[in-house]
Write a protein that binds this ligand. Structure first.
Ligand code: SAM
Length: 345
């Protein structure tokens, strides 16, 4: 016979069993929740690590690209340097030497032959226009000489950046009448070779270099002029002024055309033309008037230098005495004319 207490306890067994089962179930649920939470934490950590790795890879790619851009720039500079660092040579190889030139134009009204249009380096192909424009520029020099040096006498003249003698040819009469000594220098060997072949011996013509150096003695020239040369000198313009000053005699005259606000506005007017777009800065195409003090843009044949007139005057007068800065002097020109003097002492 069963003890009555045991009988009562037996009643409790099923609920106790149920309780124990639900505790096990609760523990299993808790473990499942904990496992799931650990899974989520691991997943989050994996995603964060992947993101960090992607960012690091992106940063490395950006750094590589930056380095490549810098290297490209440096390589470009060093590749241009041999071409740009000295002069624009004749092509020194057996096939092309001596260089071929189209036959010059010989006219009964001209003592000197004209270069064929291909050898006029951008100046008019029409003979009359080529001669007229050269004469108008020569007149600018002649007038500056008359204003500042007085009556014509025996003078030594240098055409700085003479090309194939477009302006220099027009001083042949002064050479004959007053013994003017005529010199030309240009960094392009080809037009210099053309001059050597076609101009008389009394023209001393020399291939120059873009490094500021001229093949003349100190204090040896009365007048140096240049048309549209400082308009392209982007590097070392200040040292060029000092070099020109070195070879000028005390009291000697420098006449150079430059680009100022006038040229800026002129080019801006033609901003839709290919020849302007190819050679000029976006800023110049966009802005109708010159807002910056100066702008030096582009390289080699398409480098362009602009100064505000007032800035050019101030900058140039550090090296030479600025006598005049004239606006464009004739209908075919859009360049100002800087006239300077080397001080007497
Ligand atoms: C636009 S062209 C003008 C040519 C010539 N002055 C004329 O008016 O017919 C510019 C000339 O300057 C030359 N040039 C540029 N920089 C020079 C430099 N530092 N020394 C000598 N010539 C230079 C060029 O080779 C080119 O022949």
């Amino acid at each position: 016979m069963t003890h009555p207490l045991l009988r009562r306890l037996a009643h409790l067994l099923p609920p106790i069993q149920r309780l124990s089962q639900s505790r096990d179930a609760a523990l299993r649920d808790r473990d499942a929740v904990l496992d799931r939470m650990q899974e989520l934490i691991d997943q989050q950590a994996a995603e964060a690590a992947a993101l960090q790795a992607a960012r690091k890879a992106e940063a490395e790619r950006e750094a590589d690209a930056r380095m490549e851009r810098t290297l490209t720039m440096v390589r470009a500079e060093y590749t241009v340097l041999p071409r740009f660092g000295f002069h624009q040579p004749l092509d020194y190889n057996e096939v092309s030497l001596p260089p071929h030139f189209d036959p010059p134009v010989v006219r009964p009204d001209q003592k000197l032959p004209l270069p064929a249009p291909a050898d006029r380096f951008g100046y008019p192909a029409d003979d009359a226009a080529y001669l007229r424009m050269g004469e108008m520029d020569a007149t600018i020099v002649r007038d500056a000489i008359a204003r500042h040096l007085g009556a014509p006498r025996d003078l030594a003249l240098l055409d700085f950046g003479c090309s194939s003698g477009r302006v220099l040819r027009h001083f042949e009469a002064e050479h004959a009448a007053h013994g003017w000594r005529l010199h030309g220098v240009d960094i392009q060997a080809r037009p210099i070779e053309w001059l050597r072949l076609h101009f008389p011996q009394h023209y001393t013509v020399t291939t120059g270099t873009v490094q500021p150096h001229l093949p003349f003695e100190d204090n040896s020239l009365d007048v140096i002029y240049g048309f549209s040369v400082f308009t392209h000198i982007k590097y070392l313009w200040d040292m060029w002024l000092l070099e020109l000053k070195r070879v000028l005699k005390p009291g000697g005259l420098l006449v150079q055309t430059i680009h100022t606000e006038n040229a800026w506005e002129y080019y801006h007017r033609y901003r839709h033309e290919d020849w302007v777009r190819r050679a000029h800065a976006a800023r110049m195409l966009d802005q109708p008037t010159m807002q910056v003090d100066w702008l030096h843009h582009g390289d080699i044949a398409v480098s362009q230098a602009f100064w505000k007139a007032e800035v050019a005057r101030r900058n140039w007068s550090r090296y030479l005495e600025v006598l005049e800065l004239l606006p464009p002097q004739h209908a075919l020109s859009f360049q100002d004319v800087m006239v300077c003097r080397k001080p007497a002492r």
